[in-house]
Design a protein around this ligand. Structure first.
Ligand SMILES: NC(=O)c1ccc[n+]([C@@H]2O[C@H](COP(=O)([O-])OP(=O)(O)OC[C@H]3O[C@@H](n4cnc5c(N)ncnc54)[C@H](O)[C@@H]3O)[C@@H](O)[C@H]2O)c1
Length: 348
């Protein structure tokens, strides 16, 4: 089987990243790129054709896979054009701005019998994969809470991310990854959600949100992101009836914590704390808390492309499926609704 001839539409930040990824896979060959901004095409690799429009690239270049990394509002048009031309597609996230747009894209891909998937490569983030192992192996007994937190210091959105009509704001940017991770981890329907969505320092687009998802299996998931927290953090916490687990940082540093004996057996000793005398929230007695290593995982973002190549070669299942992407987009609508009304929204 020959190498997979691949093109990139939108050769900006992610387009260049995808160019490097494609070059690093012996199974793939980058044959063409296109970008409406000629400045982006200046460093087109030797032997790769460069075009200023997708139409021209579709007409003249030789490829059967396209990676679409144009800004968000262009994804629908680009996917539909590429599908009609019979190209298999990896589209950047958020795949679409609305569920309606997304349905149109999926239908055209089905009609033209092309593979369509979305670049949700954060399913292979190390921190997330460790917590997914903790969750799915039930290492903490029955989990009741999952927290996923991402706090930043660079409050202002950059480039087109400041414009609502461009699909700007953090819900469309990192929100789509953080929600996708939780829905991929928790194998249950959602009963309801509550969300607080704000613009703290950005005038027109969201830069802070907290989302609470109540699942039918009893798990409550809390996703919180702020670009203007000024205390940078990427953290996870899962609490279960047999212990808890935490991670601090993308590298996945953390522990599983258990108690040597349950609370009803702990002598009801009163200890003094800065907040006064307390029994429940005093310091742990020596030996009460036991720390275990988190499971090890070997993952990286290349795994996303390995899955795509397998599917293209006729074996294996797509990791990021259209129905999963659609569920995230539907949920984001509900998040916005709750954010506007201040009320919980029933879901599924
Ligand atoms: N999966 C991830 O982790 C991740 C990370 C960053 C960005 N993204 C996504 O990738 C996409 C691109 O983001 P970016 O940060 O690379 O933006 P960018 O602005 O750096 O690049 C987009 C490029 O598309 C070009 N472009 C615009 N309209 C075009 C058109 N009609 N035809 C061809 N080219 C066109 C622009 O000139 C620009 O060079 C967005 O959807 C974004 O959400 C995903």
């Amino acid at each position: 089987m020959g190498r997979i001839k691949t093109a990139i539409a939108g050769f900006g930040f992610m387009g260049h990243t995808h160019g490097e990824t494609v070059k690093s896979f012996p199974e793939m060959e980058l044959t063409a790129v296109c970008d409406t901004d000629t400045a982006q095409l200046k460093d087109t690799p030797a032997g790769v054709s460069a075009f200023t429009t997708l139409d021209e690239m579709l007409k003249k270049a030789d490829f059967n896979v396209v990676i679409i990394s144009t800004p968000n509002p262009n994804h629908e048009e680009a996917v539909i054009k590429c599908a009609k031309a019979g190209k298999h597609i990896i589209c950047e996230k958020p795949a679409a701005l609305t569920v309606e747009q997304f349905d149109r894209m999926v239908n055209v891909c089905k009609e033209n019998n092309v593979i369509f998937t979305v670049h949700q490569q954060r399913r292979f983030d190390k921190d997330f994969c460790i917590m997914k192992e903790v969750y799915s192996q039930r290492l903490l007994g029955a989990p009741y809470i999952i927290k996923s937190q991402l706090y930043g210091v660079n409050g202002n959105m950059h480039d087109w991310h400041v414009f609502p009509e461009m699909g700007g704001g953090m819900l469309y940017d990192w929100g789509v990854h953080l929600i996708d991770q939780i829905l991929y981890m928790v194998d249950s329907k959602i009963v309801s959600l509550y969300a607080d969505v704000r613009n703290i320092i950005n005038e027109k687009v969201d830069d802070y949100f907290k989302i609470l998802l109540k699942f039918t299996n009893g798990v409550l998931a809390e996703i919180e992101l702020g670009t203007y927290y000024l205390t940078p953090k990427r953290a996870w916490f899962i609490g279960g009836d047999k212990g808890s687990a935490y991670i601090d940082g993308f590298a996945g540093e953390g522990k599983i914590v258990r108690t040597a004996h349950l609370l009803e057996n702990v002598p009801g000793k009163i200890t003094m704390s800065a907040a006064g005398p307390t029994r429940s929230f005093g310091p742990p007695e020596p030996g009460l808390l036991q720390y275990e290593d988190l499971p090890q995982v070997k993952v990286n973002h290349r795994n996303y492309f390995e899955n795509f190549i397998k599917v293209l070669n006729g074996s294996g299942e797509l990791l990021v499926k259209a129905e999963q992407v659609r569920r995230v987009l539907l949920l984001m609508d509900a998040v916005r609704k709750s954010g506007k009304t201040g009320e919980a929204v029933r879901f599924e």
